[in-house]
Write a protein that binds this ligand. Sequence first.
Ligand SMILES: [Zn+2]
Ligand SMILES: [Zn+2]
Length: 178
Amino acid sequence: MRVDVTELTSEPGARMSVEGRAEVGALPDGKPVGPALVRGELVNTGSALVLSGTVDLDVRLRCSRCLEDFQARIEAPLEGEFRRTSAQPGEDERRRALEDEGVILYYGSEVDLSEPVRESLVLAMPMRPLCDPDCRGLCPRCGTNLNRQACGCDDEVPDPRLADLGRLLDDQGRPEER
Ligand SMILES: [Zn+2]
Ligand SMILES: [Zn+2]
């Protein structure tokens, strides 16, 4: 997603709203459904153009409990900083500026929002996606999706206090271990 910033660059303090759709490639653990919706503002701080806003994206995720795919909306805060260079920056120079200062170098009259958009979404992806906060997951014995049906397995995890009691009774039943 490229934005023409000609009207911003001449005047420190100038602001410009940005809105548009950005194609996002596959994300770690998620597949975008359509483009991301980007809304924000670019501000000329004198030394840089600072981007702030939000990015929304519908993604297909896999539930970490029941392993079913489901669709969710990722809403992420969007941030970025662009600094203009007087000559076309090389790949090394771009990478160094990004790693050391968190600044994206640009040359000419356009900035490319793809990098901050992608970065924001990657950071906002859930670590353990859940199709529902109450997802019941899979039966550890037979693999049935317990959201759909009960399986009849005796999968009750014993209460640890009862387990202790059981051990105690066990021990008492075996006097040779005392
Ligand atoms: Zn689930
Ligand atoms: Zn089962």
